[in-house]
Design a protein around this ligand. Structure first.
Ligand code: GLN
Length: 244
């Protein structure tokens, strides 16, 4: 069986895919599954079948861009996007989708935004906070920024969803959503529900905060047994939320 179980497509035969080259793939699959959205990893051409939307996850954009080119998946994404597939880029994914990058050549260039990579500094300058994003949720949403980029400019046809001081943290065009933070690393399902609606898919009703979520929930998709990995020599520094 595939490392990550595939759910059956919804009644209209549509699914949301998560680009599975590098980065936090399982975490997105976990969130989509909690909303009862048919979802699966996307690695090769056949995986694009029946996709209403594709999530480009966070990770490392230079690595992701090289893999996209090496496996010629960049061309498929652009073709499917022109055919109506919606896109959501989180963090490195947003970098890949931007039309312009400060000091570097852009990659897919599918949304008219300018992005500054590593806009907050090093990995140690990562942080978490809460923000109100009324279009996405009536409740404040937890935001996790991990060596995040800053959106420094948006062009015509792009709506700002969240502005924080000197940078934009979330924006969207009619067909593309970008967030420089990681909703998949929090218990909030609000952004995944919002993207599913953008893709024309319905989701499970109910709370938009997963009360049984913890930082190891995604492991069921990676077939990792947290109990077998042994104690971390530094203690529970990652705050994995589960005692060992
Ligand atoms: N700093 C990374 C990059 O430039 C993005 C980090 C992330 O996706 N959390 O690709």
């Amino acid at each position: 069986m595939n490392r990550m179980e595939r759910k059956l497509p919804d009644a209209a035969g549509k699914r949301i895919g998560v680009l599975d080259l590098q980065g936090d793939v399982c975490e997105h699959l976990d969130h989509l599954t909690r909303l009862n959205v048919a979802a699966g990893p996307v690695k090769q051409a056949k995986d694009f079948e029946g996709l209403a939307g594709l999530i480009l996850p966070g990770g490392e954009s230079t690595c992701l861009a090289r893999l996209l080119r090496a496996f010629e998946i960049d061309e498929i994404i652009i073709r499917k996007f022109r055919g109506g597939m919606k896109l959501w880029g989180t963090c490195a994914g947003a970098i890949l989708l931007a039309k312009s990058l400060v000091g570097e050549a852009p990659h897919l260039g599918l949304i008219d935004i300018e992005v500054e990579r590593n806009g907050f500094g090093s990995q140690l300058d990562s942080f978490a906070c809460m923000a109100s994003i009324p279009k996405v949720s009536p409740m404040p949403i937890p935001l996790t920024f991990i060596r995040a980029p800053k959106i420094v400019h948006v062009g015509k046809g792009v709506e700002v969803l969240l502005e924080m001081g000197d940078f934009i943290a979330a924006a969207e065009s009619a067909d593309v959503l970008v967030t420089v933070f990681h909703p998949e690393l929090t218990p909030s399902l609000a952004f995944h529900r919002y993207f599913a609606a953008k893709c024309g898919l319905s989701t499970a009703e109910g709370e938009i905060v997963a009360t049984d979520w913890d930082r190891t929930s995604w492991m069921k998709f990676a077939r990792i047994n947290a109990g077998e990995s042994g104690p971390c020599p530094l203690g529970d520094v990652a705050g994995a939320g589960r005692s060992r």
